[in-house]
Design a protein around this ligand. Structure first.
Ligand code: GDP
Length: 242
């Protein structure tokens, strides 16, 4: 079962005083609008429309919280890069995003989604440089990797890795494709570690002895055997075992 399969929408927050008080740890997702952030959250949660809520009018400029487990959250930050009035951008940054990213104690790390074909835009670099100062880790998803050839993927990884190495020691990166569902296990490993969540092996539901017996009898009847006749008469051959 995917690690974040239980993710459900929790709340939308426009003001820092409204962030969940029970949070033990949370991971924030940032990126340019259209970079593939909502698709990446949906893919990690194995849910087609979970992060759709972040795109509904009135919620695009807020923090959208998704519960993963008790006290553990994904936080979808507003996508950046859409032409907005400078005043509006400044207000949003100073009023909500900057204090959230800098002072939110349960925030354990940032996932930055960059389109693998156009990584490291000016705003991405600003976000990276700024968040790196908190000392918390950053994991970069180079999204839409399915649009690159293997050679281009290797080149993108190398180029971005070089830049990240100059920004912080706490940066990691990987290729990701929501379309092909590639890179999911790699991302789960990083985020699971940050959030102290481990993928649990699937456990088969216990089968009650009674229901097992009933099923066996039904099966015998279907094969022309009844429970009574299951006992072989002396000299008879044993009934076929199932
Ligand atoms: P957001 O604005 O960052 O949340 O971006 P979305 O998740 O809405 O994705 C923007 C566009 O990119 C949509 O048309 C998606 O279908 C497309 N997209 C997202 N992820 C992938 C991917 O892995 N591969 C491809 N080929 N397209 C993708």
């Amino acid at each position: 079962m995917p690690l974040f399969q239980k993710a459900v929408f929790h709340t939308t927050v426009a003001n820092l005083r409204d962030v969940p008080a029970d949070a033990k740890c949370e991971v924030a997702f940032a990126g340019r609008s259209n970079a593939g952030k909502s698709s990446a959250i949906n893919t990690l949660a194995n849910h087609t429309r979970l992060a759709y809520v972040s795109k509904t009018p009135g919620r695009t400029q807020h923090l959208n919280y998704f519960t993963l487990d008790e006290g553990k959250y994904f936080v979808d930050l507003p996508g950046y890069g859409f032409a907005k009035a400078p005043e509006e951008i400044r207000e949003q940054w100073e009023g909500l995003l900057a204090p959230y990213l800098r002072y939110r104690l349960p925030l354990v790390g940032l996932v930055l989604i960059m389109d693998s074909r156009h990584p490291l835009t000016e705003l991405d670099l600003q976000m990276l440089g700024w968040f790196a100062q908190t000392g918390k880790p950053i994991h970069v998803l180079l999204s839409k990797a399915d649009k690159l050839t293997r050679q281009e993927q290797a080149l993108a990884l190398r180029e971005v890795q070089d830049v990240l190495a100059g920004i912080s020691d706490h940066c990691s990166l990987q290729l990701f494709s929501s379309l092909k569902k590639t890179g999911v296990a790699e991302a789960e490993a990083v985020l699971g570690r940050w959030l102290d969540m481990e993928a649990k092996p699937e456990i088969a539901p216990p089968v009650g002895l009674r229901s097992e017996k009933v099923a066996r009898l039904k099966n015998r009847k279907a094969m022309g055997w009844s429970a009574r006749s299951a006992k072989p008469a002396a000299g008879n051959k044993k009934p076929p075992t199932q």
